[in-house]
Design a protein around this ligand. Sequence first.
Ligand code: C5P
Length: 398
Amino acid sequence: MTERRVLLVIGGGIAAYKSLELIRLLAKSGVRTRAIVTNAASHFVTPLSVGSLTEDKVYGDLFSLTDEAEMGHIQLSRSADLVVVAPATADLMAKVAHGLANDLASTALLATDKPVLMAPAMNVRMWLNAATQRNRARLAADGVQFIGPDDGAMACGEFGPGRMAEPQAIHDAILAFYDQRAIGQPLAGRKVLVTAGPTLEQIDPVRFISNRSSGKQGFAIAEALARLGAHVRLVSGPVALADPFGVDIVRVESAEQMLAACEAALPADAAVCVAAVADWRPESTASKKIKKGADGPPPISLSENPDILATLSKKKSKRPRLVVGFAAETNDVEAHAKQKLAKKGCDWIVANDVSGDVMGGDSNQVMIIRADGVERWPEMAKTAVAGKLAAEIAAALA
Ligand code: C5P
């Protein structure tokens, strides 16, 4: 096997300390890292500690005069299989989105012909700022892949999206990149339908029934399938996630709309139902806001929603060749998932234990249940689960 090499651009943010752990994890997996430390980053991590871990020279503007003699920025930007930016600051994202090249990091990012993976890290307001979101969308459209940011407490004392993905998750995404590169585009010419997110069932114009599904796992699966060459139609309920790159997305609200959008996507070679479809919807939706009255809370009678997974699995015509369902359980995961496989009529169930913080979180531990047995996967990032599942789907359709 040829040596695997990553060029790591460390941007100037407090999360830069986590990039040291990333280098260590990559080294343990046999991936060599060469690092560019921006001037701002060198206030957070010293080039000496980075270089001790990479066992290589560290590149930065402070040394660029001699480096240009030894290795130019063009060669540096292409000396790796993948360029990883962690932490990707708002400033670095903005520079790359606009093609600026006024320091070594941005010059290397502009000059590279290799895939780029960014792990953004910044204050929540900076992340949610329209300019950053515009840059993120621009970069995604240009083919940059993203991991994170995660939700959580931030160094600045605020709370929300902006924390850099954990080093383990970035490491897993990098290994998934190598796995995918090894298998190429086996799904070219195939069409796959993916459902994701919660559904929203309207009670009246302002109230609804829904659930806490974030859509992260479904979006990651859609993206992973697209990377393997599939034409992916992603039907998503309301989520706070940007359109994934290279995926044809249809956004819906209710379960009935989701089912209609799925039917419209057929024929498909495979369907992966990740959505947390609401089991019930209000029998009727009030056309005006229900008033708070003296009689206490109004009764809301519910009707059963269509089961999209079961409907697709039991179709007489146009049934996708492979139908995959998900099962979120809090106890007796395997037994319940086996029952679900039979009841829904699908081919595989991906079961996970949601008694922890899987919903909305970034990692997942799953087992794959098929008629002929159970496969247990270790805990990994949702993006890594997506990559591995996409590879198995490709193998099943081959
Ligand atoms: O029955 P339960 O909700 O546990 O089943 C989970 C699986 O069924 C998931 O794959 C989910 O996407 C799918 N499902 C569906 N339509 C429903 C309910 C669940 O597609 N109404």
